[in-house]
Write a protein that binds this ligand. Structure first.
Ligand code: DC
Length: 219
């Protein structure tokens, strides 16, 4: 496909599930930019580094790659490890560091330069790919987002309470919205989709409908 799709929104709005299906349906490449910030967070935890300069040094030395929906640090598949609660609770602090964002944004733009990507994150429509042909911003009530995340975590065997998940999401949203460099925000030209009372298939259909209309094609 000769276009890019940006899908942004807060934690638990359904971005990654929806983005993956949209990418598969359209035979495009799915890129989860949150996974990149998570990988750096994992690196900093493993090396026990909190100092910004030390983390930047680690990022410069490491090779972070996304391939076939998996994420690698120096050829090690860390797709599972980046989903731990420890990483989740630290990632917004790492994602706030401007130098790290600059490196990530450059990598993300490079991945999208030949078109054909569905990229999900927080700042794709506003900063990473302001020229993306299609932009969507997915939202949902905080309660609904917390329940979705809670169910996901319980399914994976993580021991959490719904109250804790809700608190963590609110805290993460706040940090993502308030940061100085490319905060979580809908692009002015994004289509806003409230997913609170919609299932995944409905949201996917809504996105595909916009694309069918824009491209004048039958999908
Ligand atoms: O989508 P996620 O929950 O895996 O994202 C993890 C964190 O990374 C999230 O709290 C905010 C940050 N992030 C970001 O700052 N910019 C992006 N483009 C994607 C994620």
């Amino acid at each position: 496909m000769n276009f890019n799709i940006a899908i942004d929104g807060p934690a638990g709005a359904g971005k990654s599930t929806v983005a993956k299906i949209v990418a598969e349906t359209l035979n495009m490449t799915y890129i989860d930019t949150g996974a990149m910030y998570r990988a750096i967070t994992l690196l900093s935890i493993r090396h026990d580094k909190s100092d910004i300069d030390d983390i930047i040094e680690l990022v410069k030395k490491a090779q972070i790659k996304i391939k076939d929906g998996k994420i690698f640090i120096d050829h090690e598949d860390v797709s599972e490890a980046i989903r731990s609660i420890e990483v989740t609770n630290k990632v917004s602090t790492i994602a706030k560091i401007p130098e790290i964002r600059h490196v990530m944004i450059r990598l993300q733009r490079d991945m999208a330069k030949n078109k054909g990507v569905v990229m999900d994150g927080r700042d794709i429509g506003t900063t990473v790919l302001p020229d993306a042909e299609y932009k969507f911003f997915l939202t949902a009530d905080i309660k609904e987002r917390a329940i979705r995340r809670y169910r996901e975590m319980i399914k994976k065997g993580q021991r959490v309470t719904l109250e804790q998940v809700e608190k963590d999401i609110m805290n993460r949203d706040l940090q993502d919205e308030k940061r100085d460099v490319s905060p979580l925000k809908a692009a002015e030209d994004a289509v806003i989709i409230d997913t609170t009372n919609k299932n995944i298939q409905q949201v996917v259909e809504e996105i595909l409908d916009w694309i069918k209309r824009g491209e004048n094609v039958v999908l």
